[in-house]
Design a protein around this ligand. Structure first.
Ligand SMILES: C[S@@+](CC[C@H](N)C(=O)[O-])C[C@H]1O[C@@H](n2cnc3c(N)ncnc32)[C@H](O)[C@@H]1O
Length: 390
């Protein structure tokens, strides 16, 4: 595949996950190919799930077919390779024209989107979307007052909850195994008060209307009792809290594993459990990074940087999370690391997402990268690596 095509698919995927995709058209048939005059692909919601809707326009009729995103993307690639020479991609951010000339040359023109105001209802709806359908749990958890207004000091938390649901919404639409499953199991490790546990239960149950079982695992008994009491009082049958340590929790097969702000190596324990439970999605927001901070050996050349506590802390954070991501890649997960909420709301805003895939993994290259980082920082072992090795 050409670099230009790869760029187009990267923007397509990003626009899909960030709800910015407007449409893609395929045109100019290849010589000798019997195909529709043009194919227009738009997002569509079917029974609460987002899909790609392909409308193939023939001279006398239109044929519509819908696909989950991953399958749809493969179909687009196949059509571009075999039947069409031009692809026009429109997102709320960019417009791209990919053209494969008959002489074999490929060009890609990119410009800022002129369609922001012309975006389909889906994009507008999603931008304005509140992400929370049944706000009663937010009243019970002390985010909203009894009149349904956000309490003075809870604005950041409220925004964080909504942003989190929006991220999960984008991720599940990229994971065809989750899109097509009848019932989902979600486990939130170190659930705390359960803002996010409740929010996901609400989103799947009330917005997407999909059967879901959500469990919050937490070591503090008081939070477990309170979480279960609220779930019962609101009639949230598929939501429960269980008492336990992440590292000891017997995790059954799970679709989505969350671990947000679980301390230090508790994040590694949760990732490890998620991998073993064959989770399609592993979503974590690491907290502190003590294990690697202690394990880093300050070699002479790194001394000027690592002598400063704050820089050592930041370096430990980067090293810890990079190795976490590489280890997840080694286990067959595509990983992304990004800031999920602005730093003005919280410093602990890094999110690591692992999306399970079935593609071959270049183990040798990944192990080489992990070892190079460990050697550079004089680290014997990363805690997650030890768990996986054992
Ligand atoms: C900082 S809070 C985060 C709560 C929630 N995940 C969030 O992001 O809003 C971390 C929670 O994890 C729990 N926790 C920490 N280590 C744990 C462990 N090893 N097993 C179970 N729970 C743990 C703590 O009791 C606390 O409630």
């Amino acid at each position: 595949m050409s670099d230009q095509s790869e760029q187009l698919y990267t923007v397509l995927r990003k626009s899909w996950s960030e709800n910015q995709f407007i449409r893609l058209t395929l045109s100019k048939q290849r010589k000798g190919v019997e195909a529709a005059n043009r194919v227009t692909i738009r997002p569509v919601t079917i029974r609460g799930k987002m899909q790609l809707s392909f409308v193939s326009q023939y001279s006398t009729k239109d044929i519509t077919k819908n696909y989950p995103f991953e399958e749809g993307e493969k179909r687009i690639q196949q059509l571009l390779e075999t039947a069409y020479l031009i692809a026009n991609l429109f997102t709320t951010e960019k417009q791209m024209v990919l053209e494969m000339r008959r002489n074999g040359k490929t060009t890609l023109r990119v410009q800022a989107s002129k369609m922001t105001d012309d975006a389909p209802p889906r994009s507008h709806d999603r931008k304005k979307k509140d992400w929370i359908a049944d706000k009663r749990f937010l009243v019970e958890l002390g985010i909203l007052n009894n009149s349904g207004n956000v309490k003075k000091d809870k604005g950041d938390k409220y925004r964080q909850i909504k942003k989190f649901v929006e991220i999960v919404d984008g991720l599940i639409r990229q994971q065809s195994a989750l899109e097509n499953k009848d019932s989902l199991r979600i486990v939130d490790m170190g659930a705390g008060k359960g803002y996010l546990t409740f929010a996901l239960y609400d989103y799947f149950t009330h917005t997407l209307e999909r059967p879901v079982k959500v469990t919050g695992v937490e070591l503090r008994e008081g939070l477990i009792k309170k979480g279960n009491a609220i779930a019962n009082s609101l009639g949230y049958k598929g939501l429960n809290y269980e008492s336990g340590f992440i590292e000891e929790y017997d995790l059954p097969e799970t679709d989505i594993l969350l671990a947000l702000h679980a301390c230090d190596t508790a994040t590694d324990d949760a990732i490890y459990k998620g991998i073993n439970a064959k989770a399609e999605l592993i979503i974590c927001a690491p907290c502190c990074h003590k294990q690697i901070r202690r394990a880093i050996t300050k070699s002479e050349d790194l001394q000027p940087i690592l002598q400063h506590g704050i820089l050592l802390e930041r370096q430990a954070e980067i090293v810890t999370d990079t190795i976490r991501a590489l280890l997840m890649e080694l286990q067959g997960y595509k990983t992304k690391i990004f800031e999920f909420i602005s730093t003005e709301h919280t410093g602990k805003n890094l999110m690591i997402v692992g999306q399970k895939h079935e593609r071959p993994v270049d183990r040798e290259a990944l192990l080489e990268q992990i070892n190079a980082i460990k050697n550079r920082f004089g680290i014997d072992a990363h805690y997650l690596e030890s768990l996986l090795d054992a």
